[in-house]
Write a protein that binds this ligand. Structure first.
Ligand SMILES: CC(C)(COP(=O)(O)OP(=O)(O)OC[C@H]1O[C@@H](n2cnc3c(N)ncnc32)[C@H](O)[C@@H]1OP(=O)(O)O)[C@@H](O)C(=O)NCCC(=O)NCCS
Length: 190
């Protein structure tokens, strides 16, 4: 079993497992149409749907088997403002997929970058991943810019590859390798 040492602290944030006490905070962003705007199959959630989501996320505190999702609440002193996650896609290829969501009141302050950076650090340094990728709708500019800002390389644009709310949509794929992540960290420190 692979479990981060909690809490993970960054300059402005604390990352730790989700608990049922976070329901109000999680629902505050899950209920918003702007949060699910580019997410396939996602609709704004009712409080009961958020409760089910929080209960599910609360169990995602460690990676036990391939396919598991590690979900961390992104918290400030004021409460939970979002979540970051790593889905363990392949044990053999040591590959995981990154995901993230931040409450719109806090967009554009570099908080997703800060939280995702800490999770990528754990994924490469502690968990021993070789590759982390992420995907988004071709028009999800904030997500694409976040991936680029993290140093991930855009590897694909699958043109009109899926039906999104009844229309053909492009899918972007970004990725970064462990040695690229470490080289980047060394440059930032140097
Ligand atoms: C994607 C998301 C997590 C980014 O969160 P954030 O905390 O605002 O991100 P950061 O402040 O760290 O900024 C990362 C980059 O996104 C840009 N950005 C932030 N909000 C943006 C917006 N609404 N529109 C366009 N760009 C935006 C930032 O300017 C920055 O780019 P830069 O390096 O060119 O300056 C947030 O927009 C979100 O939760 N979106 C809804 C959920 C979602 O779509 N998740 C991804 C599904 S694939």
């Amino acid at each position: 079993m692979f479990r981060p040492t909690y809490p993970i602290r960054t300059t402005r944030l604390t990352l730790r497992p989700v608990t049922l006490d976070d329901l109000d905070d999680v629902h505050a962003y899950q209920r918003r149409p702007d949060v699910v705007r580019w997410m396939l199959g996602a609709e704004p959630r009712t409080r009961e749907q958020s409760r089910a989501s929080v209960l599910a996320m609360a169990g995602e505190d460690a990676l036990r088997a391939e396919g598991d999702c590690l979900t961390l609440a992104v918290a400030t002193d004021a409460g939970v403002i979002g979540a970051v996650e790593l889905v363990w896609r392949s044990r053999l290829d040591r590959t995981a997929e990154l995901g993230y969501v931040i409450h719109p009141d806090h967009w554009g302050r570099g908080l997703a970058t800060e939280a995702a950076t800490a999770l990528l650090d754990w994924g490469f340094d502690e968990f021993g991943l070789h590759r982390i990728y992420a995907r988004c709708h071709g028009r999800n500019d904030a997500s694409a810019r976040l991936m680029a800002r993290l140093g991930m390389r855009q590897e694909a644009r699958h043109v009109e590859s899926y039906l999104f709310r009844g229309e053909w949509a492009d899918h972007l794929v970004f990725a970064i390798l462990a040695h690229e992540w470490w080289a980047r960290a060394a440059t930032a420190e140097g």
